[in-house]
Write a protein that binds this ligand. Structure first.
Ligand code: URA
Length: 302
């Protein structure tokens, strides 16, 4: 099979190429960075590109200190003892009151704002002003959507990555390029699809968004679906599929099966497939994604 990452052949010929894309990051190894630039490139490819503290810490200096030295310099006080909690039947950790209150305030604000947005532009403005999702604090840009607002097919991913954060659009990095090739293989272009994510800001280091972050964004996504009003929803990867189908089942069980889902005010056909980033790491899974794509293409022809 030919391996041509840069192929822009016509749709069906292109199948061969999106089946074979393996990016340079997979070939890089953290074990043998030959130069600091290589190491930096590897960090960036792995998503380690966001500062999480106000001041830089010299971790090499820490490593040079004898083990236990810092403890000797500065005795660590014993941790405060938590107040005894009443026994919980379920064994679940009760959420701190402050956290729960913040969540419900953010959720009320999100519901109110989203429901008042009369257009996608208003919804985007509303999100720009919304401070209820903690991801906004570390992200550079809001990633609202890509594609056509009149598309019959809406794709929903997990969350923006580094490239998306920089450009302010979903799926514009390597996973997005593969997604475009996959869509081209069933004859769909940017005008035929509308693309969004379950969260609108990049999770630091590309981690999976937390339930709290997803919940804060959910009213906006619900309204976005309502305003675009697609016939078919496609969830890309486990995080999006679990959230949208409200299940804890894994993506390998969820993918490739049509369901009817009430989303954006009415019932719609919905299907999950593998995330393109997963396909970049596991090229052999592309045959499963290809089956899902054929399903999606056939459903659009119905
Ligand atoms: N992965 C996603 O889930 N969404 C994007 O926008 C980019 C990568």
């Amino acid at each position: 099979m030919a391996h041509d990452v840069n192929c822009f052949a016509p749709p069906m010929a292109c199948v061969k190429c999106w089946f074979s894309v393996i990016g340079p990051a997979a070939a890089m190894s953290p074990q043998q960075p030959s130069t600091p630039a290589d190491l930096l490139a590897w960090y960036i490819a792995m998503g380690v590109d966001a500062a999480v503290a106000g001041e830089p810490a010299n971790w090499f200096a820490r490593a040079a200190a004898p083990v236990g030295a810092s403890e000797r310099r500065k005795p660590v006080p014993p941790p405060p003892q938590p107040a005894p909690r009443p026994a919980q039947g379920s064994g679940a950790r009760p959420r701190p009151r402050f956290e729960a209150e913040t969540d419900s305030r953010a959720s009320a604000e999100a519901h109110a704002g989203a429901s008042q947005a009369a257009s996608l532009d208003e919804l985007r403005e509303c999100l720009q002003a919304f401070d209820g999702c903690p991801l906004k604090a570390t992200a550079k840009n809001l990633c609202f959507s890509r594609g056509s607002p009149s598309a019959r097919l809406m794709l929903i991913g997990e969350g923006p990555g580094r490239d998306e954060d920089l450009q302010g659009q979903p799926f514009v990095g390597r996973a997005g390029q593969l997604l475009d090739k996959m869509l081209a293989a069933i004859d769909l272009g940017e005008d035929d699809v509308y693309i969004a994510n379950i969260v609108y800001w990049r999770p630091p280091g590309n981690r999976t968004p937390t339930p709290q972050e997803v919940l804060a964004c959910a009213p906006f996504l619900e309204r976005q679906i309502e305003l675009v009003d697609p016939d078919i929803l496609v969830f890309l990867g486990g995080a999006a599929a679990k959230q949208m189908f409200d299940t804890s089942e894994g993506i390998m069980r969820l993918r490739g099966k049509w369901r009817t889902l009430k989303a954006g005010g009415r019932e719609r056909r919905a299907i999950a497939t593998l995330h393109p980033a997963y396909l970049l790491r596991n090229p052999s899974a592309k045959r499963l994604a290809w089956r899902d794509l054929l399903e999606i293409g056939a459903a659009l022809d119905d």
